[in-house]
Design a protein around this ligand. Structure first.
Ligand SMILES: Nc1nc(=O)c2c([nH]1)NC[C@@H]1CN(c3ccc(C(=O)N[C@@H](CCC(=O)O)C(=O)O)cc3)C=[N+]21
Ligand SMILES: [Mg+2]
Length: 292
């Protein structure tokens, strides 16, 4: 069993991005600038956004964090989005999800100018991605592609089983793995809550991508010998012995799955690390005008 190490890979990519910033500075170009909008006090969202801002600082990007309380109105939020759309210094921005109940996430996502949608959540970016056109690919799927590429995991002709069909992970990941590209060219199955016999599918898989949001859901009995496991889950489970009273576990039971896997991502220190750097990679692309 080998580890797909997100921490090491993310550090390496941050070095590359920092070098790109140095080059931009030397040429007197514009420093990439990412903005993030954070609504409310959700603890996990605060951690993620903090990681994003800190990563910007580490590599020399500019970053702007806009915070509003959970009771912000939809109109005010749409106003912020419009300001960011117009702000010429901002290359890309994200509105951290989930948003409070009274705000229509779709409406907010649709308001983001696709050229600044470094999350790749706007349907224009989704559509372009699905057709293999230049697009911002959502951070988590983009991070997974980067991980497979840099560890030289073979994907052509492989059976890939994606568990989960969300707009931001499962669906795009399934499409990307089926596209004529590397990583890609795989035979893809997308499983979800209505799948009749999940284990029947996962047992055939050469690569399992787990994005279900259920702690330790995938176990060794559901896997084939030599499988590559990409665990997207980040679940907080109570643990009295842990310093914060909880610990993070994936959607895959790591110790169990590790007995079958040839490669596996840990949680934390796997996909999540790449999610953050992917956003930065997209921001650099935005500032260079590489997509639009
Ligand atoms: N508009 C929007 N864009 C997103 O990209 C987005 C979002 N909303 N909402 C929530 C999800 C989740 N997400 C993660 C970011 C960082 C880590 C990350 O840093 N993970 C660390 C551990 C972090 C911890 O200690 O909790 C790791 O896996 O090693 C994970 C997950 C971005 N998301
Ligand atoms: Mg809502």
């Amino acid at each position: 069993m080998n580890i797909l190490d997100g921490k090491i890979l993310a550090a390496k990519i941050r070095e590359e991005l920092a070098a790109a910033v140095e080059e931009i500075k030397a040429e007197g170009g514009k420093i990439p600038h990412l903005a993030a909008v954070l609504v409310g006090e959700d603890p996990a969202s605060q951690v993620y956004v903090r990681n994003k801002v800190r990563s910007c600082e580490k590599i020399g990007f500019k970053s702007t964090l806009i915070r509003r309380p959970a009771d912000v109105s939809e109109d005010e939020l749409l106003g912020i989005v419009e300001e960011l759309n117009q702000d010429e210094d901002i290359d890309g921005f994200i509105v951290q999800l989930p948003l409070p109940e009274h705000i229509d996430e779709n409406r907010v996502t649709l308001a983001i100018q696709p050229g600044k949608d470094v999350d790749g959540f706007h349907p224009v970016n989704f559509g372009r991605m699905a057709q293999g056109l230049p697009a911002y690919i959502p951070a988590t799927p983009n991070g997974i592609l980067e991980m497979l590429k840099r560890y030289e995991i073979e994907t052509a002709g492989k059976e890939v089983v994606v568990v989960g069909r969300s707009n931001i992970v499962g669906m795009p990941m399934g499409i990307l793995m089926a596209l004529k590209a590397y990583p890609g060219n795989a035979t893809v199955t997308i499983c979800h809550s209505r799948t009749r016999d999940l284990a029947e599918h996962t047992r055939r898989a050469d690569i399992v991508i787990a994005a279900i949001g259920r702690p330790n859901f995938i176990t060794a009995d559901m896997l084939k010998e030599g499988v590559v496991i990409v665990d997207v889950g980040i679940n907080r489970v109570d643990d009295e012995d842990a310093p914060r009273g909880y610990r993070l576990v994936g959607d895959v039971d790591f110790d169990s799955a590790a007995t079958k896997a040839s490669w596996i991502t840990p949680v934390p220190g796997g996909v999540g690390q790449l999610t953050v750097v992917s956003l930065l990679m997209n921001t650099l692309k935005a500032s260079r005008g590489e997509v639009y």
